[in-house]
Design a binder for this molecule. Structure first.
Ligand code: 13P
Length: 253
């Protein structure tokens, strides 16, 4: 059984005051949920503040990005060791907004995955196709390539320290969620690909999250799918009520 993860990607939202209030609301609603890993990814500026709020709870801290070099003249970048130092256990890698707006490519996602693993951070690797790619029928080609390239030089024994988020770009921030069946199909394909690249047992350990307009009213059906092990939530993570409801998704056995 894979333990579910619900992760909040706050993106470029939340001042220190707003982030404190949101974290407090999430701690209040979620601190006793012991059957799900809850992960918060505030902007870099709020990591330290949010860490104080979640300090004695099981809620984990996550960065939205990292740079692969150890240290040096890389103005504006933040290393994996710095993130570990501020209290992060996770880091998002290769989010589609980084790929589309900041020119990130599979090769950089790969370097970031490897740097995260070296510093004992769990990478949440994001993959997903655009609307045009889905229309052209190349969803699996694109996702297969993204997974394969980003996991180059990763060992099968490291797979249980990797989380993959399938985030179809057409569903991000659009209110257009993939149906549970559409998401499950791609998740199954990712797991199948992991089995081919590594081995079946290792592939079974990887937690696969779905992201793209996850809301309180669609999370239960998404989470009921066999290969959907969690959610990466954007907009609906910015209010305690909706995020807490998502963390409290209906457990169907
Ligand atoms: P939304 O939930 O706002 O669609 O964002 C999804 C996302 O990009 C999470 O990383």
């Amino acid at each position: 059984m894979r333990r579910p993860i619900i992760a909040a990607n706050w993106k470029m939202h939340m001042t220190l005051g707003e982030g404190t209030e949101l974290a407090q609301g999430i701690v209040k609603g979620c601190r006793d949920m012991d059957d799900v890993d809850i992960v918060l990814a505030p902007p870099f500026t709020a990591l330290s503040t949010v860490r104080k709020e979640i300090h004695d709870t099981p809620i984990a801290l996550c960065a939205q990005n990292l740079y692969w070099e150890e240290k040096g003249a890389f103005t504006g970048e933040v290393s994996a060791a710095m993130l570990k130092d501020v209290g992060c256990d996770y880091a998002i890698v290769g989010h589609s907004e980084r790929r589309q707006l900041f020119g990130e490519i599979d090769r950089s996602a790969n370097k970031k995955v490897l740097a995260a693993l070296t510093h004992d951070l769990i990478p949440i690797l994001c993959v997903g196709e655009t609307d045009a790619e889905r229309d052209r029928g190349v969803t699996y080609v694109v996702v297969d390539r993204q997974v394969k390239e980003a996991l180059k030089d990763v060992a099968a024994t490291q797979l249980d320290r990797i989380v993959i988020a399938y985030e179809p770009i057409w569903a991000i921030g659009t209110g257009r969620t993939a149906t549970p069946a559409q998401a499950e199909e791609v998740h199954q394909s990712i797991r199948g690909q992991l089995a081919k690249l590594f081995d079946t047992d290792a592939a079974e350990t990887v937690r696969l999250l779905y992201g793209g307009s996850v809301k309180p009213d669609n999370v239960d059906d998404l989470m009921a799918e066999a290969d959907i092990d969690g959610a990466l939530v954007g907009g609906a993570s910015l209010k305690p009520d909706s995020f807490n409801r998502i963390c409290g998704f209906e457990r169907r056995t």
